[in-house]
Design a protein around this ligand. Sequence first.
Ligand SMILES: [Ca+2]
Ligand SMILES: [Ca+2]
Ligand SMILES: [Ca+2]
Length: 387
Amino acid sequence: MSGAACRAGRSALAALFLAMLVVACAQGAIGSLDSGVGDASPGPDELSTDARTETRSDSGIDAGGKDAGRPDARPPDAAPVDAAPPDAAPPDAAPPPRLIGIGPEAVSVLELGGTAILSVALDNPAPPEGVIVSLRSLAPAILAVPTSVRVRPGDTAGAFRVRGDGLSAEPVGVTASLPSGDKTLLVGIVSSAGPPLVGDLIINEVFYDVPVSGGDANCDGTTSDDDDEFVEIVSRAKNPVRLDGLSLWDEAAWSSGAPRFTFPSGAVLGPGEAILVYGGPTGTTRTKPWCSGSDGKHVGDAVALSASSLGLSNSGDTVRLTLGSAKTSAVLETVSFAAGEDQSITRSPDMSGDFTVHGSAPGHAIDRKWTPGTLLSGANFSAASPD
Ligand SMILES: [Ca+2]
Ligand SMILES: [Ca+2]
Ligand SMILES: [Ca+2]
């Protein structure tokens, strides 16, 4: 995966997160100087805030003493220039990005092993070296978090996974820290998941036109125009949702009244997480770039399940996701598409945009035309996970 593709992909996530930030700012969640415990109160805002960060001056870094390592710093043996005093900052000097949020607010994770993907947000794009944001759980035995998450160069957000290891009736704090300040988000620990509402689950990618060769999307070592088809689904809910009983249909299945696939008992999807349904069984062949994380149960950053066939027509089809296995069930998502181009269609940006041919999506991974279990850039949905 190239750095450019990676940045662009992360920017897709950043764009979604920034949209959340705009909402938060509009609602007064950001910038409050007197709400020291504001982030402890559940509310409509997407992001938690912390007054400690906001009390810092906005005037930026000290003009001197922080630029010695910059690539454009004058080498020590350069001829003196009389125009600029020695301690003047270059005109392009920028303060290091500051942490402005961690979210989404009011998020929850399923106890005893459930996971969710959260994000930190910066006020400005990360510099070329990226930004490492330290993370800490205030009750590590109950909620496991990675020690840090790296915001990639040029991005303003970084996503990370948390895991509900224990039981707790009270939410658990997750603190994200930079030298300039920190933010704390309260994460609820819930004992059960509810059914999804319309809008909670979105179809993010559909691979329906498998090329004759090289299309081993399910990592079993062979290309199959049926087995390698997949539908990638992402949760935008803030709570874990039950998938059991949800069903996928193509147009032929809709006509016949029998779905192509029904999620099994016990299937749950955490906030921000992705799940794949393939046309056939997944394998462990790792010769393809998208198969690097394949273990037969996961591909990329997602759990992978298998139908006996998805039957998606290369000349165009309609995929429906329904709450139950009957045509009378509530339809959660419908995606229709025209004749294929030997590649997938994906939302661009991921999770929020309209569908486009994968190879036409800005920031798409240059070494693949479908991205099962990852963002269209090829980057994982989460940049860090707990041990
Ligand atoms: Ca097909
Ligand atoms: Ca295959
Ligand atoms: Ca994808």
